[in-house]
Design a protein around this ligand. Structure first.
Ligand SMILES: Cc1ncc(COP(=O)(O)O)c(C=O)c1O
Length: 359
């Protein structure tokens, strides 16, 4: 069976080499006579899989011993509440930047636990830009500043890191591992796995150790970073299969040359696609050029009446999941690490043909 090109925003494409290795190991992991998903999470085998995945992630991202790396569940959405519950007292002020739908969700949840100051918002601009840093109304006493370096729905990405006094908290769900970052600039980084890490069901939290142990008394045990850190993310049964598969993805990334090498390919893929869209006269992308996401490329057709035909033709051509998020419509191509450059080339060819036939 031929595999399609998958542009889904998440759960997203997984490298074929990883799926193939997982298939080979599915019934019998390395001669042990059982599948990873049947192993006790406390077995020697699973503990070695788990710690190797952590070591590889640390190596890929350059994460020092000053940080704990937690392998959790509940998705990035659970972190919207875990962040305030772990990092601030009741009634404390926390700063948030509003650059899109995911920022808004994080803000809404944080309001249940803290006094949220929205330091800047691009909502009036339909989230097509990032507010200039010198316009941000920062609090003097914020417990942390939260932002979303890549807005998966709007396709807006920060190519700079805010420099603030308060610990920086970043929802990196759709940008993590797409290019190198300096982890030392952050207090907490979190991400749902189902984009650039591995399958859904795993959530990664990278937290500076001096921020541990400050959770509120009411914090559910399962959301408490300290509990997870003290138990090597095995306070309860972790998502073992997702952890193992993510570990295979980390090995694959290392074999590709690490994040520097991924950035080169990711930039080339994105430049090709935006370049074609901008010059087409048929498709358009609303985001300011300096803030266009490398991972999620939303676009609209000149005539939205053609959307259905565009998507049906794309499906027939083996180009899947190009429909934009239900909240914004239009199209979106998510071009994460595991989406090969050939997929972007095939998409552009299809877009050209469709524009010629319908323009
Ligand atoms: C930037 C961002 N944050 C949070 C989420 C929510 O993640 P989850 O479904 O893992 O809760 C998503 C999901 O697409 C996302 O793209």
């Amino acid at each position: 069976m031929a595999r399609v090109y998958n542009f889904c925003a998440g759960p997203a494409a997984i490298p074929e080499a990883v799926l193939s290795q997982a298939k080979d190991e599915l019934l019998d992991w390395r001669g042990r006579g059982l599948s990873v998903m049947e192993m006790s999470h406390r077995s020697e085998e699973m503990v070695s899989i788990a710690s190797e995945a952590e070591a590889d992630l640390r190596e890929l991202m350059g994460i020092s011993d000053d940080y704990a790396v937690l392998f959790l569940q509940g998705g990035a959405s659970s972190q919207f509440s875990a962040v305030p519950l772990n990092l601030c007292e009741e009634g404390a002020t926390v700063d948030y930047v509003n650059t899109g739908q995911w920022s808004k969700k994080a803000i809404k949840e944080a309001k249940r636990y803290a006094n949220v100051n929205v330091v800047a918002s691009s909502e009036a601009d339909n989230f097509a830009s990032i507010p200039a840093f010198d316009s941000w109304q920062l609090s003097d006493d914020a417990a942390y500043l939260h932002y979303t370096p890549n807005e998966t729905i709007g396709g807006v990405e920060f190519f700079w890191t805010p420099e603030v006094q308060a610990p920086l908290v970043a929802d990196m769900s759709s940008t993590i591992l797409s290019r190198p970052i300096d982890v030392n600039q952050f207090g907490v980084i979190y991400a749902g796995a189902q984009k650039n890490i591995g399958p859904a069901g795993l959530t990664i939290v990278i937290v500076r150790k001096d921020l541990l142990g400050k959770s509120r008394a009411i914090t559910p045990t399962m959301l408490d970073y300290q509990t997870a850190a003290d138990n090597d993310s095995m306070y309860n049964t972790p998502p073992t299969l997702a952890w193992y598969l993510s570990g295979l993805v980390f090995k694959w990334l290392k074999a590709q040359g690490g994040l520097e090498a991924m950035e080169v390919v990711n930039r080339r893929k994105a430049e090709k696609l935006y370049g074609y869209i901008d010059g087409s006269g048929f498709y358009s992308n609303p985001v300011e050029v300096a803030s266009r996401s490398l991972m999620n490329v939303p676009f609209v057709l000149a005539d939205s009446g053609l959307d259905k035909a565009f998507l049906a033709g794309a499906d027939d051509a083996g180009l899947l999941n190009l429909k934009g998020h239900r909240s914004v419509g239009g199209m979106r191509a998510s071009i994460y690490n595991a989406v090969p450059e050939a997929a972007v080339d095939a998409l552009i060819d299809y877009m050209k043909d469709f524009a010629r036939e319908n323009g």
